[in-house]
Design a protein around this ligand. Sequence first.
Ligand code: ADP
Length: 593
Amino acid sequence: MKKFFTWLLIMILSLSLTACGTSVGSGSATSTIKDGTYTGEGIGKGGPIKVEVTIKDDTITGIKVVSHSETEGLDKSMDTLTENILKTNSADQDAISGCTLTSKGFLEAVNAAIASAGATPDMLKKIDGNVGVTTEKKNVEETRDIVIIGAGGAGFNAAIEAKMAGSDVLIIEKLPVAGGNTLISGAEYAAPGNWLQKKENISDNPQLMIEDTLKGGDHKNDPELVKTVAENALDGAVWLRDVVGVEWEDELMFFGGHSVKRSLIPLGASGQEIIKKQLAKAEELNIPIYYDTPATELITDKSGKVVGVKAEGTDTNYTIHTNKAVIIATGGFGSNIEMRKKYNPDIDETILSTNSVGSTGDGIVMAEKIGAALTGMEYIQTYPICDPLTGTLLYYDDARLYGHTVIVNKEGKRFVEELGRRDVMSMAIKAQTGHAAYELIDHNGFVESKLQENHAAELDYLYKNDLLVKADTLDEVAAFFEIEAEELKKTVTNYNSYVDAGKDPEFNKRSLPSKIEKGPFYMIKAVPAVHHTMGGIKINPNAQVINTEGKVIEGLYAAGEVTGGIHGTNRLGSNALADITVFGRIAGQNAAK
Ligand code: ADP
């Protein structure tokens, strides 16, 4: 019944569209739907998706995406859906995992186009395209020097290094798209002693990063691993720039818990820049990637050495033997609620997640099965500023990292240092009325944080969902979220006096670059969500996996979020990119030896 009304609505909406000349139908004697090409629009993750659907003899014969603003890499899901729609002559398809919002928007657009032909789905010819029907799978055996499990940031870094060292390399990826959490992150990169710090006369060195990281992780980190990351971080950033082709913006970001401004920003302040360049480099080096191919099991010989991996593709079961090594780069387990609860019962289903759907801890489980030691599994980080509806990390928060934000509660009062640690901020927000925070910036902060330039689609989404307000006065901002206006104004007056004095006596905010004084003012509502799992497979500084007896497991390396020990109880912002680059490279170099 509900479906029928949805269709009725689409029909009514789209019939008015047809009147605007979107249809160029020619007609056919036997078919019920008028042949032609019809346009339709849906809303994806990045905004509107516009498609042209061609229908002939009640059959969809072509779909063309006219325009979209979806994340590069995830837009591949539209090709897969197109294939499935053409095979089955039906737009009633499941979303592609890892690309739910893009899939939904695309299917909405196709359905709208069908409706604009004056048709309902049951008027399309029935075809059994066997999509989703399991047929007998092929069994394929092959041999490679090195198999890398996971096409995220760490996996690509490992693959590129290993291939450049002369090894025959294969990447297998569980999802239909590459990128993992790296793709959907801001991908800022802590690099002590970098070229931009020199320009700005910021004195920094690896030792200072070691101290910050250990302090940030409550000294539960493995100091040797921290040292390895800090001492090689700058070299990794230069390598990404000069070898992989990553472009860094011309300014730095100041992340909570770091004692100086040391974090590089990739072009567009997004992991898309990293993954796009890594994919291009992998292609240039002829590194094959098997998509839709989750690894399920590590293969060991009698001595316990890892000699291969088993994986399940959509129509093929793979047994891949390795001459040299397997590198696990499967990311964390933030999207696996059962696993979260197993190790930390507080992080249950009531907490949303910013993570990719691929972050289900597979690599940890596979490694543990063959005797690998795990470490710090209970340390799960929440990110303080996320979408209250979906848990997605909000890039509006860049404004806070530039120092321009004041954060208040429903009562209009500040309650935490805006550049404090993520866990401290998250728990502080959780303790406020409605478990929510409100992030306020003024016109100057908005412009200087480049929000419109870098994150326009997110801003549109927030406006549409009443999670962001833009208003000329603080009274109007307060009224929108039903915040106590007098208290909010008092808070802002006090905060501005701290900016003048260069010191915040209330919360000791470590950077006070600008006042909140010039309208229009902007405010969002935000909640914390799971962001990073600090625990994982135990490794040594060579990225070799360590077993429960403290010995190296031969033939097995791990890198990235799947490993534990580097970030202790809490990862500092922008340390993950340094980690996945340094250890991804080390794993690739050593595996290739
Ligand atoms: P990191 O930052 O450590 O590189 P990411 O989350 O960016 O981690 O990437 C991890 C990648 O590993 C994701 O693309 C994810 O889909 C993939 N992955 C997870 N589990 C498996 C598995 N069992 N087999 C293959 N790939 C996997």
